[in-house]
Structures are given as structure tokens and as C-alpha cells.
Design a protein around this ligand. Structure first.
Ligand code: NAP
Length: 264
């Protein structure tokens, strides 16, 4: 059994480890844009395929039993390409997407003694402004705050270059060319609640801009923002193509492969 795993997330690495442990041959595909040293288990290939046609040709030359797309929720192009290429080559295809954030992810400590029983979330009210694109976030920004914490990655930073607002941009890898209009902080999560709180306070941040990536590793900034009453501009995920099978966790992806009779 052989699986092509479109990779680039922590969930993809987790699934690669599960598949290898199950004796499944897995080829993880990375775009090759980041300097992430954490290599997935199994075989790895690096670089684009050349659009949906290129991916379809790759699948014809390297037949696999299934394609699992565990790319980032904002990596819309590779998912669109994979949906087309797997249809064209009749290759079973499943998308693994971690759930997006909800206000509960920004909630404070849990109150286990309240009248509604254990684990009642305390104060989930948040000041989130939802937008569809980075351009819409940049347009809205001056009406929301003036000291900005921008956590949208390297791609799309330029949309904020002309806001004229003091901005701290946090990225994993350095943008090229380096932006001259903002302060740059290079750091890779996970981040702690305490560190995020200290960062927002230290820089007197009064608005946070983020993509709805989801996941626990980068959620502490949402809790810090809520704690300090800092509003959040939340960029929605691009929509998935219609009709795809979507699962939320690596274990569910493995179960899907098993149910499809693709693994032992
Ligand atoms: P994208 O816009 O959807 O993809 C652009 C092109 O990059 C694709 O058309 C494809 O080139 C190539 N590509 C993307 N993912 C690939 C993969 N796993 N294997 C082989 N080629 C891939 O994606 P992106 O936003 O540039 O993200 C690139 C990678 O970084 C993804 O794997 C994603 O999971 C990861 N990532 C993205 C974000 C984000 O916010 N966008 C954040 C964290 C990690 P061809 O058309 O030539 O095949």
C-alpha cells in the first residue's frame, strides 16, 4: 500500500509517523519553501509538481492507493490542484484539515466549580472581526487599532505595508526581501500563554491580525488578546472545493484509509 501525503503541517508529520508505524509506504510531499528541519517519517519529495496537470502526470508515473492532503488550511492552490488531479486519475483523495478556531479557543482558565458542572468555560466573549482576505484585513485595520501584531506568515505581508501603523510581524522564516516598514520577529511556535501575554504587553499591542489557522500551538495569542481586551482581525480560510471528503485529525485520516480498504 502506498500513500502520497501532501505535507507542510504538524498533522501531516503525525500522520506520516502513524502510516509508517502501520507498515504503509508513504511519500510526503513538501513545497520546500520553509527551513523546517523536522522531517516526516518515510520517503520525502520536495518541490511543486507543476500545477494540476503536473500532479496528474506524477500520479500516473508513481501510482499510489490514495492521496491525503494535509497541507495548511490557507494553502488553497495545492488543494485545488490535488482535487482536480485525483479526479482525473481516479485516485482516492481525502483532505485532513484541523478545525478552525472558535471563541472557546480564546477562553480563559476553566472553572471546575461552577453551577453548570465541571469544565465550564469562563468568559468566552471575544472581540473578533472576521474578514475574507489579507487585503480586507489591511483595509479594516486603521479603524480598529494603531499598534499591530501581525501573525499571518510571510506571504501577504505586503498588503499591510501602506497602513502607516506601527507593526510587529511574526514569521517562521524571514521574508525576502526583508520588509522595511515593520518590526520583524522570527519565531516558530508553539508559544506559551505567558510569553504571548508578555509580548503583547511589552509592545503595547492594541490589535492582533491573524489567519484562522486553528490548532493549539498558536492559540495562546488569542487568549492573551482576550485577556488584555485586544481586538482580533481574523482572516477566514479560503473555501475548499465542493464535494471533498474532509477529516479533522491524523487518526481520522488513518481510519478513512482503513475504511476504504487501503491499509491493513
Ligand atoms: P499554495 O499556495 O496552495 O501552493 C502554491 C504552489 O506550491 C502549489 O501550486 C504547488 O506548486 C506548491 N506546493 C504547495 N504545497 C505543496 C506540497 N505539499 N508539495 C508539493 N508542492 C506544493 O501553498 P502555500 O500557501 O504556498 O504553502 C506551501 C506549503 O507550505 C504547503 O504545503 C502548506 O501546507 C505549507 N504552509 C502554508 C502556510 C500558509 O499559511 N499558506 C502555513 C504553513 C505551512 P505546483 O503547482 O508547482 O505543484
Amino acid at each position: 500500500m502506498k500513500v502520497l501525503l501532501l505535507s507542510g503541517t504538524g498533522e501531516a508529520r503525525e500522520l506520516a509517523a502513524l502510516l509508517v508505524a502501520d507498515g504503509i509506504e508513504v511519500v510526503s510531499s513538501l513545497a520546500g519553501r520553509t527551513t523546517d528541519a523536522r522531517q516526516p517519517a518515510g520517503q520525502v519529495r520536495v518541490g511543486g509538481f507543476g500545477g494540476s496537470d503536473g500532479l496528474a502526470s506524477w500520479l500516473q508515473s508513481n501510482p499510489v492507493d490514495a492521496v491525503v492532503d494535509a497541507t495548511h488550511p490557507f494553502a488553497g492552490q495545492i488543494t485545488a490542484n490535488a482535487a482536480l488531479a485525483t479526479t482525473r486519475t481516479a485516485t482516492p483523495y481525502v483532505v485532513l484539515r484541523r478545525p478552525g478556531w472558535t471563541p472557546e479557543d480564546a477562553a480563559g482558565p476553566r472553572d471546575t466549580s461552577g453551577p453548570q458542572g465541571p469544565a465550564r468555560l469562563v468568559g468566552t466573549s471575544v472581540d473578533w472581526h472576521w474578514v475574507d482576505t489579507t487585503a480586507a484585513a489591511a483595509e479594516l485595520l486603521p479603524r480598529i487599532g494603531s499598534r499591530v501584531f501581525l501573525t499571518i506568515g510571510r506571504q501577504g505581508l505586503d498588503a499591510f505595508a501602506t497602513t502607516g501603523l506601527w507593526t510587529l510581524a511574526r514569521c517562521v522564516d524571514p521574508p525576502s526581501p526583508p520588509p522595511t516598514w515593520c518590526e520583524l520577529l522570527l519565531a516558530r511556535g508553539p508559544f506559551s500563554d505567558a510569553d504571548e501575554l508578555e509580548l503583547l504587553e511589552h509592545h503595547r499591542i492594541d490589535v492582533l491580525v491573524t489567519k484562522n489557522s486553528g490548532g493549539p500551538a498558536t492559540a495562546p495569542k488569542l487568549r492573551a488578546a482576550r485577556h488584555l481586551h485586544v481586538p482580533v482581525i481574523m482572516i477566514r480560510r479560503p473555501p475548499l472545493p465542493d464535494g471533498l471528503t474532509v477529516v479533522s485529525t491524523p487518526a481520522e485520516a488513518l481510519a478513512w484509509l482503513r475504511a476504504a480498504g487501503l491499509t491493513g
